[in-house]
Design a protein around this ligand. Structure first.
Ligand SMILES: NC(=O)c1ccc[n+]([C@@H]2O[C@H](COP(=O)([O-])OP(=O)(O)OC[C@H]3O[C@@H](n4cnc5c(N)ncnc54)[C@H](OP(=O)(O)O)[C@@H]3O)[C@@H](O)[C@H]2O)c1
Length: 262
């Protein structure tokens, strides 16, 4: 699988990453088809298939319920093969989200994520925005706290998951990585993507299939857009991952045995 540099972080990540929101949370997600939490056996098989395909990037968050803890258990003994991206700023209590972008809350959240993920280093931590994106005044403290952790070596890069054009444009200047929705039916953050490209920030696409409303072939649109580093595909199904990789890269790249450089 093709690897791309994630902005100026020096990290090489696969052009398709794995999204794990449905691994640990069912409520309040907006998917068109309701699902049950996947079994450990299914997720272990998905991770094995992903590794064989050359996927090396996985995205999780404290707000994804059991996702971090399940991932930590499943990655035991294979942590070195993966670039782990988590988030901070949002928690979910099973019914609703809570947000805290203060320095102490961000630091406590990263520590908790590391314990759940059974690692002493996260490759990327992204501020999990609440959608009311007032830039520096609201998120400056969170980004500064993460930048300090980066200087100390605890995390590899600082990101911001944007929901508005203003938030994405601010993050393009302030962060190593911007996460934004980008697919065939939603290109509303195009100025954010343009600014990220200008400032050489990495771009991770969330919802590349519009939460399952688009076919696997639509991934080609996300990964083929200039400035996009990687599309984070949400799935718990090894066959869906295979289909998505095949749709983007053709049969050749779906063969097992590709070396993962991590
Ligand atoms: N930071 C944020 O605010 C934020 C917000 C949303 C998402 N994210 C991240 O981005 C990731 C991706 O976004 P997303 O999961 O919301 O949406 P998505 O990737 O656009 O779509 C996921 C949906 O598509 C289905 N799917 C995947 N591959 C398929 C295939 N080949 N054929 C048919 N259906 C397929 C999945 O079901 P199956 O499980 O059955 O494959 C799932 O229901 C998330 O998992 C999360 O890590 C971040």
């Amino acid at each position: 699988m093709e690897l791309r540099l994630l902005g100026q972080t020096g990290m090489a990540v696969s052009v398709i990453g794995l999204g794990t929101v449905t691994w640990g949370r069912l409520a309040g997600l907006g998917y068109p088809v309701p699902s049950a939490l996947p079994s450990d056996v299914r997720l272990a098989s998905l991770l094995e298939r992903a590794e064989a395909l050359g996927v090396n990037l996985i995205d999780t968050a404290p707000a994804y319920g059991e996702s971090e803890a399940r991932l930590g258990a499943l990655l035991a003994g294979r942590r070195g093969r993966w670039r782990i991206a988590s988030k901070a700023g949002e928690t979910f209590d099973g019914a609703r989200s809570h947000f805290d972008f203060s320095r102490p809350a961000i630091l406590a959240s990263v520590g908790r994520s590391m314990r759940r993920l059974r690692t002493d280093r996260l490759d990327l931590v992204t501020v999990h925005s609440d959608g009311e994106e007032e830039g520096e005044a609201k998120f400056g403290q969170a980004v500064d706290a993460l930048a300090r952790l980066k200087r100390q070596g605890g995390i590899g890069a600082v990101g911001f998951s944007a929901k508005t054009e203003a938030g994405a444009c601010w993050a393009a200047i302030r962060c190593d990585v911007v996460m934004l929705t980008w697919n065939e039916t939603d290109q509303s953050l195009s100025l954010g993507l343009r600014d990220a490209q200008r400032h050489r920030a990495g771009v991770l696409v969330k919802k590349p299939l519009a939460q399952g409303r688009l076919p696997a072939s639509s991934l080609r649109f996300a990964v083929g857009t200039a400035g996009v580093t990687s599309a984070i595909l949400g799935t718990s199904d090894p066959q869906h991952l295979d289909a998505a990789v095949k749709a983007v890269l053709g049969d050749h790249d779906t063969q097992a045995g590709i070396e993962n450089p991590c």
